[in-house]
Design a protein around this ligand. Structure first.
Ligand code: FCB
Length: 406
């Protein structure tokens, strides 16, 4: 039996675009139309059903919930801010509070307003100013009701998917652009961090807790040759830690938000920047663990290893995402359980983890993979919008209620 501390944050996450539906002012919406990809459409209609969804989260004994604000709704045209959309999100946060759920609010979760995409998105250096202006509008309204902020979700993943792999909008493969975008995202985080602190001071509110949600993976050399070891350790640094180090140099992190799903077995094909950044072992026989339905290896020990690497920062850590897409619900519970055990082990070894947020509260639109992958604690029937709580959710709920894992 293991026991987590009393005031541990327990909950699940969503992101606006993936659950709300009809985010017509966002670049992804446009991109789905242009490319003929599966359309996010009305998704889970969470924009309408958020209260019902939060009732379910409360029933599952969650005490926290991570969500995001859709920039395209707040600022559908450059410089034109929607009071109506803002009011909606105030209501959303208040609904969480009424149910005893601590909100963790993400300002940017992959999507941009269409107008910004037309101006070059994060390649444009004005993106930083635009993001600050939008953030100020939102934070001024929500500061009284929220304490935890995530400025940007997975900046490194956004750069990889959109500018290195070139599979997400704007589907570009350019290391130069990748570098520019990463720098703009980093700058946006640092400036927004200081802006949010300033707003809380002006409003005489107790200080906020701000981070990014940094996707981290365990990188191990597949065959432990010199080149694979070197590539794995470089990638661990670039992918997981480089931004964290940068933010700390600017005193711009109050905690570390970690999104963890899997590991990568690094197998360098040849020397080259792209190879160092991307090469993984293609030999299926080398994969020891089970996989989720999207083919990501399940490797809970990797979370323990990642957490130990974060110990030196001496900052509280919130697991802001961890989850599995599967049609095998008992496997979902085994996944959660194994990751919780590895988190607890790291805590016993001195890593200050203060919360665990499962991805996701409900099945949703999984970006370019569409509605196929099912990550939810709650099943969504996309035809009827019927919600059904899964057995794994109930088991996780018992841990949320008691802090005890048998
Ligand atoms: C993370 C994203 C989240 C979701 C999960 C499965 O990288 O932050 O939106 O897609 O993966």
């Amino acid at each position: 039996m293991i026991q987590f501390p009393k005031n541990f944050l327990w909950g699940a996450a969503t992101s606006a675009y993936q659950v709300e539906g009809d985010n017509i002012h966002s670049d992804w919406w446009q991109w789905e139309k242009e490319t003929g990809k599966e359309n996010s459409g009305s998704a889970c209609r969470h924009y309408e059903f958020y209260k019902e969804d939060f009732d379910l989260a409360k029933g599952l004994q969650h005490n926290a919930h991570r969500l995001s604000i859709e920039w395209g709704r707040i600022e559908p045209e450059e410089g034109k801010f929607s009071e109506e959309a803002l009011k909606h999100y105030v209501d959303v946060i208040l609904s969480l509070r009424e149910r005893g759920l601590e909100p963790l609010v993400t300002l940017h979760h992959f999507t941009n307003p269409v107008w910004l995409a037309r101006l070059g998105g994060w390649e444009n250096k004005r993106s930083v100013k635009f993001f600050l202006r939008y953030s100020e509008f939102v934070v001024r309204a929500l500061a009284k009701h929220a304490r935890y902020w995530i400025t940007i979700n997975e900046p490194t993943v956004l750069v990889y998917e959109a500018y290195i792999l070139g599979v997400w909008p704007p589907q570009t493969k350019s290391l130069w652009k990748a570098r520019t975008v990463k720098n703009h995202l980093a700058k946006a985080h640092i400036k927004t961090y200081h802006l949010i602190h300033k707003i809380y001071k002006e409003e005489k509110l107790s200080h906020p807790l701000i981070s990014v949600a940094q996707h981290m993976q365990d990188f191990i050399p597949c065959i432990p040759s010199f080149k694979n070891k070197l590539a794995a350790s470089l990638r661990f640094h670039w992918f997981n830690l480089e931004l964290i180090d940068r933010f700390l140099r600017h005193k711009a992190l109050d905690f570390i938000g970690v999104n963890y799903y899997s590991r990568q077995r690094v197998e360098l094909q040849k020397w080259g920047i792209r190879n160092l950044a991307l090469d993984v072992c293609q030999n299926e026989g080398h994969c020891v663990g089970e996989k989720n339905s999207s083919g990501w290896e399940i490797y809970p020990e990797g979370l323990h290893r990642v957490l130990l690497r974060l110990k030196k920062y001496r900052l509280p850590i919130v697991i802001t995402e961890n989850g599995i897409c599967t049609s095998d619900d008992p496997l979902r519970w085994r996944y959660i359980e194994a990751h919780l055990r590895n988190i607890h082990r790291a805590m016993e070894e001195g890593v200050p983890v203060v919360g665990y947020i499962y991805w996701s509260l409900m099945d949703n639109f999984e970006w370019h993979d569409g509605f196929g992958p099912r990550f939810g604690l709650i099943d969504i029937n996309y035809t009827t919008q019927q919600r059904t709580v899964r057995e794994s959710a109930v088991k996780f709920g018992r841990v949320c209620e008691t802090g005890i894992l048998q």
